[in-house]
Design a protein around this ligand. Structure first.
Ligand SMILES: Nc1ncnc2c1ncn2[C@@H]1O[C@H](COP(=O)(O)OP(=O)(O)OP(=O)(O)O)[C@@H](O)[C@H]1O
Ligand SMILES: [Mg+2]
Length: 247
């Protein structure tokens, strides 16, 4: 069990992110502890992906600060954050379509290998780890949604992160692949990685997360254990409302 009194590796400190008149994140604060798996939940448009963008440096927040290992990274460029140990997977996967599985992973692993042969070998290891060992030379463009999500994960892992932000890794993935993804994330946690998951699948959240934060309209609405959040009357009502609207 993670020590929740441990020092946070990531602090999201009173972040607000506006796009014109839209408030995508509204004064959000999060502490992510070393070794923790934190689930970020919430309905469509709640601000979850934008929160990842701000942590990874795609957007500079309108106000607030991001601290990583105690250091203020709010103004650091995305590549600097990656080198510092922040990696993320994308909700909408963006592999280099013409490149093979191994070559896509090589892009992430490149800084750590001086020879091409070592780089290729290390990248193949990550491909095997995510269950793409039989697709090493397949171009990314022919992969299924689940395989593309796994490739995203391998590419992110190849950057040797300390913190991994995973945006809906089980989204659009067939049900039978989900236990494998859960086991994979558990093995990453056991290796010491700190993980923030954006996830809708409650089974995945309750199996993996130490803590869940439920966002609505850019702000934290409820937080606690996955069970506490899932049974919160406000959360239940929001999700039932979405179900009724046909989402
Ligand atoms: N670049 C942008 N420009 C303008 N508005 C944006 C931009 N990015 C996000 N938004 C808006 O910010 C809000 C939060 O979007 P975000 O993608 O973070 O939600 P989300 O919680 O990830 O939703 P989903 O579950 O659908 O992925 C939405 O209203 C969205 O339309
Ligand atoms: Mg999103």
């Amino acid at each position: 069990m993670v020590n929740l009194a441990a020092k946070p590796i990531l602090q999201v400190d009173a972040i607000t992110m506006r796009f014109g008149g839209i408030v995508a994140i509204d004064n959000l604060s999060l502490d992510v502890k070393q070794g923790q798996i934190l689930a970020l939940m919430g309905p469509n448009g709640a601000g979850k992906t934008t929160t990842f963008h701000v942590i990874a440096g795609v957007h500079r927040p309108t106000s607030g600060r991001i601290l990583f290992q105690g250091r203020d990274i709010t103004n650091m460029r995305p590549d600097g954050r990656c080198t510092a140990g922040v990696a993320r997977t994308f909700q909408i996967t963006q592999p280099f379509e013409q490149l093979s599985v191994t070559e896509n992973i090589m892009v992430g692993a490149r800084p750590f290998h001086s020879s091409m042969a070592d780089l290729r070998k290390a990248s193949e290891v990550y491909a095997h780890k995510v269950g793409l060992g039989d697709k090493l030379d397949a171009p990314a463009k022919g992969l299924s949604t689940g395989q593309r999500k796994r490739l995203e994960l391998a590419r992110a892992m190849a950057t040797r992160p300390k913190l991994l932000l995973m945006d809906e890794v089980t989204g659009g993935v067939d049900m039978k692949s989900i236990p494998g993804i859960i086991d994979l994330v558990k093995s990453l946690r056991d290796e010491g990685l700190t993980i923030v998951l954006i996830e809708h699948n409650m089974k995945v959240i309750s199996e993996l997360a130490d803590e869940a934060v439920f966002m609505n309209r850019g702000a934290r609405m409820v937080s606690g254990t996955p069970h506490e959040v899932a049974t919160d009357p406000g959360v239940v009502e929001l999700y039932l409302g979405e179900a009724k609207d046909g989402h």
